[in-house]
Design a protein. Sequence first.
Length: 312
Amino acid sequence: MDKISIVIPCYNEQDTIPYLKEELYKLMESMPQVAFEIVLVDNCSKDGTLNLMKQLHDGDPRFEYISFSRNFGKDSSMYAGLKASTGDYVTVMDADLQDPPELLAEMYETLKTGEYDCAAAFRKDRKGEPWLRSVLAGAFYRMMSRISDSDMVNGARDFRLMTRHMVDAVLELEESERFTKGIFSWVGFRIKWIPFENRERVAGKTKLPMKNAFSYAIKGIVAFSTAPLVAISVLGFIFCIIALVYTIVIVVKQLVLHEAVAGYPSIMCILLFGFGMIFLVLGIIGQYLAQMYLEIKRRPKYIVRETSVDHI
């Protein structure tokens, strides 16, 4: 009998867990030919999430839980869950049920053919999502597909069923500052994309507001592309050419044409623009240096405070 491990990162999800439990039992009853393991990862929630996890484990040993000592982020939660999983197939699923659990049956049948190593879900629409967030997200995925080695599909979710071989490959990438969507794409393997209609959260509020989503996007760009460094090098070369041409123009006006060169306003514009570009360049370089600094320290991706898993 095949075994499917379901990894579910959680942070302040006490309102969604009862709905999640109901849907998971429906799923397990609909797939009697498969054994299930559910790994719930608590990212140091401030509500009753951990207590509900413990209750699920006490009532059904198929439910395991891991609780962090502090909030290490969703990507660390996914890494911990994947590392603790023991299934022949492993999936990552959000606790808010925006990832439809019923898709797992189709994903499983897809992988059983042996033609694919991963069945991944993507949203074919973004109904219910703010317009600006949808536009920016679409632009981010298009940009990442062009500037990185990762082929990222617009609307792609972390929700995907993977073979054990692919999961082991994902776990081999041990960087601390993880951008899991990029890692899933970077490792390659044969992926079948399955579309589904966007869903609202069953309860609670999103844990990734706009400002955090922007920071996460920056981390993804820095982690999987050196294009910004190339861009600022090209930009620096262009500005050197512009400066050289402008210098020649000034010399010609002054020595040959004997025309007065505009002073203070033009100088201030050039200085302000130049300093702005310098700080932009330093900021981009600083992002890469910060990433290197965090990786060099080799701190653990997470620290477990308590768990029901004995092999983590």
